[in-house]
Design a protein around this ligand. Structure first.
Ligand code: FAD
Length: 489
């Protein structure tokens, strides 16, 4: 560290939570020369990005899709994250026995998939071009910078000029229906709205940026499972001298006359000039910052969807399955209405099956697989989750049996589950929402909380603030916050 950075070491940065954004902030701030301490209420780091063992099976508990690995790599100087690039993005299944093995590579995809569906390739090609166009015009302004501190520069001018072609004023589904020439393609591309917990029937068409991330930039998977991302960041942070306090719930962020002074945990008081809050923004204002004025628009935003997951140890190998698999609902629109309007589960849910043992050695016995079986569900607003879980399990089993022509229950040797209540308990996410606020409102991006605040020394990172949920955006939130901190201090 340089002499200038050494001087800064007297300044202390305290981080509330060790989610992916908290870990990335810890590494960045330590490199800027701050003394960094992380306070985590759980006994383990990573928040949603964690894993567990059940008998002979090992499961990634939360995220399973890994895009933009360079955002992790740029945090690592001493350690390496090992991962592979996927050749296939996903296996899609329908009730009419159609199976599409969707290649990750765009050229291969455009060459193969339209032939299988007996449609022209041009609309699909154009769709990917539009996706790249949205990415090129917006990522520097909306994803990599603070939306709330925009500089009037060339990137912003380009984004403003591009607005008519960003499909902000149409829903994602309407755009996809108009532009793509087969209902199955529409359903595949509509699904990308779920990558940030939204409905394609409500979210704006600008979300069509997501296919470019998965296919244009690529889809990847850590060879030791998703937990490896958390592990490598904790290792890097620890080697840099970041101090971790586990089982330390932060009860209060101490603010005096609009200046941050530190925080109070269940154990003691810690002083510091900077607090980076990686806790969900709603509980942060409701419990940690009780005396501070709440940001009304942010607090009123509709939460994103949550998830119901069954982790099943399976005693059989299913060759037709890949790392990521989707068994589509027959009526996608009704499914999203059930989730976002009726706030319940749908009787014919789209089922996602993630089988990390296809890649991660020793995560299942030789003749078995570790199934992570997930459906999208509403955030918790007081539903009877025990009842819903029971119903959902039945619907999921029936769907899998119909499509994979099996009797899957016979092959389940061990089982656990995650539902919105457990997600909220374990990570403090409001209502167990996976991605903070949904993007169902065209203005949602503007109402997300900025990465800074009106309190000097207080910053926010993670899936519930700008630029949004999901691993890449959370990592960007840390980058933006730390750039602001570097300027402020
Ligand atoms: P979080 O993971 O939310 O962690 C916050 C941490 O802060 C927790 O450890 C919590 O205990 C701690 N904390 C909170 N309050 C306090 C307090 N008061 N005191 C001390 N500690 C506190 N993203 C993808 O990119 N790809 C996917 O495939 C994907 N799938 C997902 C599937 C599931 C089931 C889930 C749950 C999420 C998924 N996501 C996915 C979303 C992704 O996991 C999250 O956006 C991201 O991990 C959130 O990181 P974060 O930094 O916001 O922190």
């Amino acid at each position: 560290m340089s002499g200038r950075q050494e001087n800064r070491q007297s300044k202390k940065a305290l981080i509330v939570g060790s989610g992916i954004a908290g870990l990335a902030s810890a590494i960045r701030l330590r490199r800027l020369g701050f003394d960094v301490e992380v306070f985590e209420k759980n006994a383990y780091p990573g928040g949603k990005l964690t894993s567990f063992k059940l008998g002979a099976y090992h499961f990634d508990a939360g995220p399973s899709l890994f895009t933009m690995p360079h955002l992790v790599e740029e945090l690592l100087e001493k350690n390496i994250l090992e991962y592979v690039k996927s050749e296939t993005a996903c296996h899609y299944f329908w009730e009419d026995d159609t199976v599409i093995k969707f290649p990750a590579d765009i050229k291969q995809l455009i060459n193969e998939v339209p032939k299988q569906l007996n449609v022209a390739a041009e609309p699909l090609k154009k769709h990917f071009e539009r996706s790249k166009y949205i990415y090129d015009k917006t990522h520097k302004v909306f994803i990599e910078r603070s939306l709330h501190k925009l500089n009037f520069n060339l990137d912003l001018i380009k984004a403003i000029i591009a607005i008519p072609k960003l499909f902000i004023f149409n829903t994602m589904h309407r755009v996809n229906k108009r532009k793509l020439n087969h209902p199955k393609l529409v359903q595949i591309f509509d699904r990308y709205a779920t990558y940030n917990g939204s409905s394609p029937y409500l979210a704006p068409g600008i979300l069509n940026i997501i296919p470019h991330l998965e296919h244009g930039i690529g889809t990847f998977f850590p060879t030791n499972g998703m937990q490896a991302i958390t592990d490598v960041l904790v290792k890097e942070a620890t080697e840099l001298g970041v101090v971790f306090h586990y089982n330390q719930k932060v009860e209060k962020i101490i603010v005096q006359s609009k200046i941050c002074k530190g925080l109070e945990t269940n154990d003691s008081i810690f002083k510091g000039e900077i607090v980076v809050c990686n806790s969900d923004i709603k509980p942060a204002y409701n419990y940690l910052l009780k005396g501070e004025k709440k940001p009304k628009k942010t607090m009123e935003q509709e939460p994103s969807s949550s998830a119901l997951i069954f982790y099943w140890g399976i005693d059989k190998k299913f060759e037709e399955l890949d790392l990521h698999n989707i068994l589509f609902s027959e009526n996608y629109e009704q499914e999203f209405e059930a989730i976002f309007k009726d706030k319940t589960i749908y009787e014919d849910p789209t089922v996602y099956i993630h089988v990390s043992s296809k890649i991660v050695k020793n995560s299942a016995p030789l003749n078995g697989e570790n199934w992570f079986v997930m459906i999208n569900v509403p955030y918790n607003s007081g539903q009877d989750w025990e009842k819903l879980r029971e119903k959902a399990r039945k619907y999921i089993l029936e769907k899998i049996n119909r499509i994979l022509k099996t009797d899957i229950e016979k092959h389940i040797v061990c089982e656990d589950y995650l539902d919105p209540i457990r997600i909220e308990e374990r990570t403090s996410s409001f209502g167990g929402a996976l991605y903070g606020a949904s993007s169902n409102d065209r203005m949602a991006a503007f109402f997300r909380h900025p990465n800074f605040s009106k309190v000097k020394g207080l910053y926010f990172v993670g899936g519930s603030v700008h630029p949004g949920g999901g691993i890449p955006l959370c990592l960007n939130s840390a980058k933006i916050a730390c750039e602001i901190i570097a300027k402020d201090f």
